[in-house]
Every structure is written in C-alpha cells, then in structure tokens.
Design a protein around this ligand. Structure first.
Ligand SMILES: NC(=O)c1ccc[n+]([C@@H]2O[C@H](COP(=O)([O-])OP(=O)(O)OC[C@H]3O[C@@H](n4cnc5c(N)ncnc54)[C@H](O)[C@@H]3O)[C@@H](O)[C@H]2O)c1
Ligand SMILES: Nc1ncnc2c1ncn2[C@@H]1O[C@H](COP(=O)(O)O)[C@@H](O)[C@H]1O
Ligand SMILES: O=P(O)(O)OP(=O)(O)O
Ligand SMILES: [Mg+2]
Length: 275
C-alpha cells in the first residue's frame, strides 16, 4: 500500500474488510446503535431519507427503520418514526426499482415529493442558464436537482423535528461524487467509512432483493442521459475504488485517477474556506 492510499483510507475512516457474516452482523449492529445514539443525543424521534431505488439509500433506509423499531420498543415510545421520501423529477425512469426498494425497507411512512416544479421554477428565474448549451444546462440543473432533494428532505425534517440521513460512504467520498450541499448535506451519515462492496454485503445480509443489492449505481441527475452509471463518469470501477481504499495494489492509471480526483474534490469534504 502506498502512503497516499493509507493516508486517504485513514482520512475517510475506511473500516477493515469483512471476513465473515459475523463481521457484517457486527457492523450492522454498530451502525444501528449509531443511528439510535444520534437520535437520542439530538432529542429527536424522526429520521428522514430520500429513497432513489439505489443500494445506498435502500441500505441506509433499512438500517434507519430497524433503528426506530428497536427504539420504539426499548423506550416504550411509539413516536420514533422513519420517513422514506420518494423524490422523483417528474416520472423516474426506473420507478419500479424505487418501489422494490421501498418494499424492502418497509418504512413507517413513505411520502412522494415531485421536485420538478421547484427545479423548473428556479431555473426559470436564473438568466445565466439561457446562455448555456443544452447539455451544460442539463448538467448544471442536475446539481440543482440534488440540492432540491436536500431542501425537500430538510423541509420534512424541520416540520417533524427530525434528522436527515445522508448516504455518503468511502467509495463516493474519495471521488467527491456528490453534489456539494446537495446529497452531501445531512445530519448523520450511517454508511460512512464503508466501501461499495461492503454496502452491498450489508444490504444482502439485511435481506434486500438481488435487484437492489446489484443495482447499477447512478446519480441519475441528467434528463438528457437518464441513469448514467457512476462508473462511466468516474473512469474507474467501484471494484477498483474499493481495492484502492482497502490498500490493495491497483493499476497505475486507476491509482492516478483516484488520487487526482480525491485532491481535486477536497473542498467538498472540508468546511467552507475562511480567511
Ligand atoms: N453519485 C452521486 O452521489 C452524485 C450525486 C450528485 C452529483 N454527482 C456527480 O458529482 C459531480 C457534482 O459535482 P460538481 O463538481 O459538478 O458540482 P458541485 O456543485 O458539487 O461542486 C462544484 C462547486 O463547488 C465549488 N468549488 C469548486 N471548486 C472549489 C474549490 N477549489 N474550493 C472551494 N469551492 C469550490 C463551486 O461552488 C462549484 O460550483 C457531478 O459529476 C455529478 O454527476 C454524483
Ligand atoms: N430520485 C430520488 N428519489 C429520492 N432520493 C434520491 C433520488 N435520487 C437521489 N436521492 C437521494 O440522494 C442520495 C444520493 O444519490 P446518489 O445516487 O448517490 O447520487 C440517495 O442515496 C438518496 O438518498
Ligand atoms: O444513493 P443511491 O441509493 O441512489 O445508490 P447509488 O449511489 O448506488 O446510486
Ligand atoms: Mg443513485
């Protein structure tokens, strides 16, 4: 393992590879306890999370649901709740996958908020967008969609005195693959420090259907190119990223892409710059 690999893995809190189902179970229990401790410390009883149909939000959502179910029984208090939020932009092209995710999570409550009217309302007021090519405008509005989802989740959380869950983990964090103050904004991030394969392993162990466990990761932010796989954008695979983070040898080109991307996106993992 190179010094940079070790330094980055440490900075992102990457945990040791799982060697058995017992390791996976222990990690599930630790993360459920983290969610519970966070709620108790914040004196909050409600968790809110957007469910896209991807494996990350499915896993974080199921952990949240299990956390509140246990709290209800431990605290003898029925007001602990998990609210799953569908946040399509108009009609989501893979809505069936999102419904399968909701079926697996079995949330106390499921809401749907279409973000399209808010996104187009804002876009109509921003003159700068008119001067962009259609592809560039679509990309810029992709980040606006991620931020609108953040606004929707915080609006629900504010109304319910709840906390917003984020789904960032080490394999996304290292690539800065989130919209700053969009899906990167949250109150607690229970998947932190996991690599992508570990998220899938946890999902599987929690009983997620194979279609959810094996769902191709996508930010799905662009209207003109729905469902672009993250790996096409990264230029490296999640297996490559996981291997890098777990200190295994990787191709020179993979190493270079990951380290360069990590350095370029450092501002997203830091607090805002101050004088
Ligand atoms: N799978 C996912 O989780 C996911 C989700 C959303 C977006 N994405 C991808 O992530 C990317 C989004 O990131 P982005 O970079 O386009 O938009 P972004 O808005 O997240 O980050 C860019 C913004 O960061 C600020 N910034 C840029 N350089 C800075 C610096 N050196 N110091 C301080 N601030 C700086 C500027 O405000 C800039 O507009 C896209 O590739 C998108 O597809 C992935
Ligand atoms: N379409 C969506 N509906 C609800 N929640 C969503 C949707 N798309 C994204 N989200 C939330 O954002 C995070 C990050 O998604 P990435 O695929 O990693 O970009 C996701 O886990 C949902 O919580
Ligand atoms: O965050 P999600 O649930 O959309 O998962 P993925 O990042 O794999 O698309
Ligand atoms: Mg996704």
């Amino acid at each position: 393992m190179s010094n940079r690999q070790a330094e980055i893995a440490t900075a992102l809190g990457v945990i040791a590879p799982f060697t058995s189902d017992a390791d996976v179970d222990a990690e599930i229990a630790r993360r459920i306890a983290f969610i519970q401790d966070t709620l108790l410390a914040a004196r909050s009883k409600v968790l809110v999370l957007g469910i896209s149909g991807g494996v990350d939000s499915s896993t974080a959502g199921r952990l949240a649901q299990l956390a509140v179910e246990q709290l209800r029984s431990q605290q003898q208090d029925d007001s602990y709740r998990f609210v799953a939020v569908r946040l399509p932009h108009n009609v989501q092209h893979d809505e069936a996958d999102a419904q399968a995710a909701l079926g697996f999570i079995a949330a106390d409550e499921a809401l749907t908020i279409d973000i399209a009217p808010a996104v187009s309302g804002l876009a109509g007021q921003v003159g700068e967008l008119g001067g962009l090519t259609s592809a560039r405008r679509d990309f810029v509005l992709g980040n606006t969609k991620a931020r609108m989802r953040m606004l929707a989740q915080y609006t629900v959380a504010n109304a319910r005195d709840g906390l917003v869950i984020g789904t960032d983990h080490a394999a996304e964090a290292v690539m800065g693959f989130f919209t700053k103050f969009g899906d990167g904004a949250c109150d607690l991030a229970p998947l932190s420090g996991l690599v992508k394969g570990q998220v899938r392993r946890i999902a599987e162990r929690l009983g997620a259907p194979a279609s959810v466990v094996g769902k191709v990761p996508t930010a799905d932010l662009e209207d003109e190119r729905p469902g672009i796989p993250d790996e096409h954008v990264h230029g490296v695979t999640y297996d490559d990223i996981d291997a890098f983070l777990q200190g295994q040898p990787v191709e020179e080109s993979v190493y270079r892409i990951i380290v360069q991307t990590y350095d370029k996106t450092q501002h997203k993992r830091d607090l805002p710059l101050v004088p």
